[in-house]
Design a protein around this ligand. Structure first.
Ligand SMILES: [Zn+2]
Length: 133
């Protein structure tokens, strides 16, 4: 737990030092939104341009009698294949950029990133399967 706190604090501090051009909360939240789109675009390009992964989706039928603990094993990701090294690098870079803006929003609003993460983890632990996403 301490390691996460120290790591997040160091990361958030570094992000705060880089927040020069996008110090405005409006610039930051719109850059955050743009970074979300770039993550989605990178994944889509892995399918449509590279082809290392594909998506095959259909409605997922779940028997009413299925135990909730068995859902994860029965529900498809709709993905086939694996990211190639190039696409993995691109998606990873875009996710890193997205995390940068999460930390930036925390920094500008006076939130501690590790507290946000811990709070979400605690919420998931408390709600368990009833908080499925
Ligand atoms: Zn690829």
């Amino acid at each position: 737990m301490i390691a996460l706190e120290e790591y997040c604090n160091a990361f958030q501090k570094t992000v705060g030092e880089y927040l020069v051009r996008h110090r405005s909360i409006l610039d930051t939240i719109t850059k955050y939104q743009e970074s979300c789109s770039r993550v989605n675009r990178a994944i889509a390009k892995s399918v449509t341009t590279c082809g290392c992964i594909s998506v095959s989706a259909a409605k997922q039928e779940l028997p009413a009698s299925m135990r909730i603990e068995d859902f994860k094993a029965s529900v498809s990701t709709h993905l086939k294949g694996e990211l190639c090294d190039t696409c993995r690098d691109i998606v990873s870079t875009e996710l890193g950029n997205n995390i940068f803006y999460v930390a930036a929003i925390c920094e500008l609003l006076g939130l501690e990133m590790h507290e946000v993460i811990n709070s979400e983890r605690d919420r998931l632990s408390t709600l368990g399967y009833f908080k499925m996403r």
